[in-house]
Ligand binder design. Structure first.
Ligand code: HEM
Length: 397
């Protein structure tokens, strides 16, 4: 079995006898504990008030999946599955092999693995449980081109890791553990910049080449927790410390985008491509000045610029935490990349986060003509659990 001893701090860890010497002849070396590189040894705690995979930085690899309960599976089976999944996820995120592990991640540390579980409205309905009003299906938007088979679902799993094999192993393990109870409904794979790829830690870029994530709310911002998480005494009580996640597969029409000269591309977003600075001036982190005018009297950030239309100021304070992954699923028959953003947005209530902002973007965003929303899902992601507990216990017990 995979045995990696991690420093309690989650810092440098040791893989005990895990690595055989090159060619298998360096016996002495393979007996000696070898240090994992920090990417492998970093562990993100699984247990806590909130589930992991929301506040921590998005990893280099991501898998999103929805499962549907099999016919005949009810509350008892769903509860047993959440117990099995929780046990496996907490083991794997500590760098231990889960039951039913297939050794895909044998030599690696946890590599910042996070596993996040959610419930769809259809799951609650099947179990005869009330559906929170915040989980009411999202309205449709004029620009939607949704494939229903790739949307919604009973159970949601988000996996992130800084190693592709660790991420795959987690997904495969959970799918095997679900087999008797739930089958995959849809599954999507994404990626972000690998840690260490840039000279200093930087906001990642998306597949349009923009620095993406700059103006995300920060945990230190006033009111952050109330906007992203359901409060401890919130409704329903099983969602205390939880969050609602909107997942959209947004294809980028990259051939059309590439035809746009860089200054026009910057106008569409309202930020410079090179360094992400707002067109109102300064550097990436300078506060956006939406009122700023150019010498000719026109707005420095255009009326239909994405950051103007999406800004909380323009949407009654509507706020969400965006934590997505890029995707590339090859090329379409016409040669266009099937690529874009697996948009993942977290909020205490989508009716005060995603929905008003997307309504506005749907009407007046310069970026939307380069995008196609191809799938959509909304899940209730309950709060985290303590060691020995399982995710969703307050709903299912
Ligand atoms: C900001 C790209 C879809 C909401 C930004 C920024 C970029 C960007 C480059 C500026 C940097 C930053 O602050 O992160 C994209 C792309 C999208 C997309 C490529 C689709 C593929 C969406 C959607 C929503 C959204 C669907 C919500 C419904 C926001 C918000 C901001 C933002 C709230 C921050 C605005 C501010 O206060 O400055 N996006 N975005 N984006 N985007 Fe998007």
């Amino acid at each position: 079995s995979r045995r990696s001893v991690l420093a309690a701090t989650g810092g440098a860890g040791l893989a005990v006898g895990a690595a055989a010497g090159a060619g298998g002849h360096a016996l002495a070396a393979s007996d000696r504990p070898l240090e994992l590189a920090s990417i492998g040894s970093t562990a993100v705690p699984f247990h806590g008030t909130h589930q992991a995979g929301i506040l921590d930085p998005a990893q280099a690899r991501g898998h999103l999946a929805a499962f549907d309960l099999k016919a005949g599976a009810g509350r008892a089976e769903a509860t047993a599955l959440m117990r099995r999944w929780t046990k496996a996820a907490s083991a794997m995120t500590e760098g231990r092999a889960a039951d039913s592990d297939n050794q895909v991640a044998l030599d690696a540390g946890p590599a910042s693995l996070t596993v996040t579980f959610g419930f769809g409205a259809s799951f609650l309905k099947k179990l005869g449980l009330p559906v929170p009003t915040a989980l009411t299906p999202l309205p449709s938007f004029s620009a939607d081109a949704l494939d229903r088979r790739r949307g919604d679902g009973d159970l949601f799993v988000q996996i992130g890791a800084d190693d592709a094999l660790v991420a795959f192993n987690a997904l495969r393990t959970l799918q095997r553990l679900a087999r008797e109870v739930a089958l995959p409904r849809w599954q999507m794979n994404g990626f972000n910049r690998s840690p260490g790829a840039t000279a200093r830690p930087m906001t990642t870029r998306n597949l349009m080449g923009q620095i993406d994530g700059t103006n995300n709310p920060e945990p230190s911002d006033p009111g952050f927790a109330a906007k992203v998480f359901v409060p401890a005494k919130g409704e329903p009580s099983w969602m205390a410390g939880g969050s609602y996640v909107v997942v959209r597969r947004i294809r980028m029409l990259l051939d059309a985008w590439d035809h746009l000269p860089p200054d026009r591309q910057e106008r569409v977003i309202g930020r410079r491509k090179t360094d992400g600075a707002p067109l109102s001036g300064g550097s990436e982190t300078t506060k956006v000045d939406l009122g700023k005018q150019k010498p000719d009297g026109s707005l420095a950030i255009a009326g239909d610029a994405h950051i103007r239309v999406a800004a909380p100021e323009a949407n009654g304070g509507a706020t969400m935490l965006r934590r997505g992954f890029s995707f590339h699923d090859g090329f379409a028959a016409d040669g266009a990349p099937d690529a874009g953003l697996l948009f993942v947005a977290w909020q205490a209530d989508p009716r005060q986060g995603f929905t008003p902002v997307q309504r506005k973007l749907d009407r007046g965003d310069g970026l939307s003509r380069f995008l196609r929303h191809e799938s959509s899902a909304l899940f209730a992601v309950p709060g985290g659990c303590a060691p020995g507990e399982y995710v969703g216990r307050r709903l299912l017990e």
